[in-house]
Design a protein around this ligand. Sequence first.
Ligand code: SF4
Length: 378
Amino acid sequence: MIDWFITLINYRPDALSVWSDPIVKERLSHYYSVMKNEKPARFLAAKLLPLDIDPYSPSVSVEELWRLHDKMSIEFEGFYRDLSQGGLGKLEASEKPRFSYLDLKVALAYRLMNPCRLCERRCGARRLEGRPGVCTMDKEIIVHSYFHHMGEEAPLVPSGTIFYGGCNFKCVFCQNYDISQVNPRGGEKLSTRELASIQVYLRRSGARNINHVGGEPTPHLPFILESFKYVDVNVPQLWNSNMYMSEDSMKLIVDIIDIWLPDLKYGNNDCAWRLSKVRNYWEVATRNIKIAHDHGDIIIRHLVLPNHIECCTRPVLEWIAKNTPRSLVNIMDQYRPEHIVAKYPHMYRDIARRPKASEILEAYRIADELGIVYKPVS
Ligand code: SF4
């Protein structure tokens, strides 16, 4: 009932009609089943796979935890398949173990945070001791806002979006610069139980998914995983990210995220360094997006930057066509010069304007030529 009410007040006809497209339905089939409560979300299953030890005990080494994780990650695939065959009924009838595969992930995530190597900056901040990293985050969960986002891709809305503070990128054109760079710590400080309550509220009031975004969700990964322990509603979990996380972070979330919404911004490392101050962007982002694609449902976003068609848009689309053929793609045309670019346009002349219609059309033309599916979600 509430679901329908929210849909009505935020009516977006494309959000309903997009599911009549067979390609969208097939490529997002896992997400669709969880959204419709035909199948459990993966994090709920992770809470039911029993773990024999207490992973939070300081006497268990990190090597031992990873050994167990590698073993259980294989077991989890079969476990999830069996559990989801029974719809939600089997899930509800299952007994909750004292410690689970999810606890193992939570324990490992907190260890990765001190010194921090959650993302490939590997800045080593001792965050649990209150020392912030390059992303400006320490041991506190900072949330700036949460609501039903109606501006996301059609299969996702209403999207129960949670905006976390801070970011490991320093994009000079950031469209969310207030929460990522200027005032990242200005949001509300929450406990993991409060973060879980927000997710339950968003789902019960009609959200199709929980959309973790920012800023960037990666610095908050341990808190997000811990919050799943207290989320008791079935809801697809969506990771909306620059995908600059470390391989270990990726291992912790790859099998419990239901749908991925990554950015692939740049087609080379020089543009990434000049505009976002990150090294090895191409290798890291493509590695992680490929892993996400091979494990789950995915919509890849590419924001078209003015004057960057040949150096960024073309190689990005070519890589997607070759390496992640199951992905849906959103070619985004809404770039505006913001933040540092708006203040010092003479330093960033190439991106100090909106993209021209001819540039957007050229991006579409390249995508068409490569056989990329972008229209239903753009
Ligand atoms: S998530 Fe933040 S603190 Fe951790 S390595 Fe990345 S930038 Fe540093």
